[in-house]
Design a binder for this molecule. Structure first.
Ligand code: SAM
Length: 337
């Protein structure tokens, strides 16, 4: 990419982009924050505020440690560094390229993943749920042997699962062959080639038969109309990573439909579902959904137990055979959507 010299140039979003007087990293950080606000850059992929994201981008671009002390802000930038920083900020703020696509990395806690435009940028509540809550829903002392991450994208959650359950074979499926290429990069980078099997599949379609201790998924769950109106940063991610159909529930229904046949009797299905809590409670209340607490209180991860799914399936069967067919029947079969 051709670099513009640092200085006062017209910004794409209107207004000036005055950088000639920026000397230290701290000056560039303040400037970036101002531009993030002025251009109404969308956040939420890498950080929740402009300060944190801009600082990350600046440190990464200058190849400085992300754990640098505040003293780093006094560092004076060389001419070459100023140019590099300006190019990256223009791409982020004016072209609205997601920060993680610029740096080619995303962090989930301490775990670093390679990312590019083939995958959604990892930002899942499963980072806290997998190590802190899954074990309490599984039988104590019983080894977890088989786990699947459906809709794996970059493979980030399959990798967290492999770390959490060291005795398990982990399968990771996705409908996007391009996403699975990225998952393969991450699987290798994390030294998990032997433990994680990647599967190209539409939902359960090409997933080999078998029953799991844990089925986990962060599926696409945004209603299509919402996806149509997303900010440019989110539209830069694969649409199929967001689009959950008319009401957001299409993939969730497909996963639930087969879960009972895919789980061990003690098994669990855990789904991250964004803002669909009310819809899920309404449609799948009979399956006894358990909402797992998250630190920020958004509680958008739901857990279903095989035992309850099985019991509900039997109720449905009985209702379908007898008079007065249960209203629950079409729910479990996922006939909507
Ligand atoms: C919200 S992203 C989650 C990616 C990753 N698990 C994460 O948490 O970052 C959803 C993923 O589901 C995949 N996907 C969409 N429709 C699918 C389908 N019918 N079957 C399997 N995967 C699908 C997309 O390609 C995307 O990678």
């Amino acid at each position: 990419m051709k670099m513009r010299p640092a200085g006062k140039v017209a910004a794409k979003g209107g207004g000036s982009w005055a950088t000639a007087r920026l000397v230290t990293l701290g000056d560039w950080l303040k400037f970036a924050e101002k531009m993030y606000a002025r251009e109404q850059v969308a956040l939420g992929q890498v950080a929740t505020n402009g300060h944190d994201e801009a600082l990350y981008l600046l440190l990464h671009t200058l190849e400085l440690s992300l754990a640098s002390s505040a003293a780093v802000l006094a560092r004076r930038l060389t001419v070459a560094e100023r140019r590099r920083v300006e190019v990256i900020l223009r791409r982020r703020i004016l072209e609205r390229v997601p920060a993680a696509y610029l740096t080619r990395e995303a962090w989930l806690g301490e775990h670093r993943f390679y990312v590019d435009e083939r995958v959604i940028i990892p930002r899942s509540y499963f980072l806290e749920i997998i190590p802190e809550q899954l074990a309490m829903w599984l039988p104590a002392g019983k080894k977890v042997r088989r786990v699947i991450d459906v809709c794996t994208g970059s493979g980030c959650l399959a990798i967290l699962l492999a770390r959490e359950f060291p005795d398990a074979v982990v399968e990771a499926s996705d409908l996007s062959a391009a996403a699975l290429e990225v998952a393969a990069i991450n699987r290798r980078a994390h030294g998990l080639v032997r433990r994680i099997k990647l599967i190209l599949s539409d939902g359960w379609e090409a997933v080999p038969p078998g029953r799991y201790d844990v089925i986990l998924s962060n599926p696409p769950y945004e209603p299509s109309a919402h996806v149509d109106r997303q900010a440019p940063e989110f539209s830069a991610e694969p649409r199929m990573a967001h689009d959950g159909g008319r009401d957001g529930l299409v993939i969730v229904r497909a996963l639930l439909r087969q879960a009972v046949a895919r789980l061990q009797p003690h098994g669990i299905l855990v789904l991250e579902v964004g803002g669909l809590r009310a819809a899920i409670d309404r449609e799948f209340g009979m399956l006894d959904p358990q909402w797992l607490p998250t630190r920020d209180g958004s509680d958008c991860v739901v857990l279903f137990q095989a035992a309850r799914l099985g019991a509900a399936a039997m109720e449905v069967g009985a209702a379908a055979r007898g008079p007065g067919r249960s209203t629950a029947a079409p729910r479990l079969r996922g006939s909507k959507g």
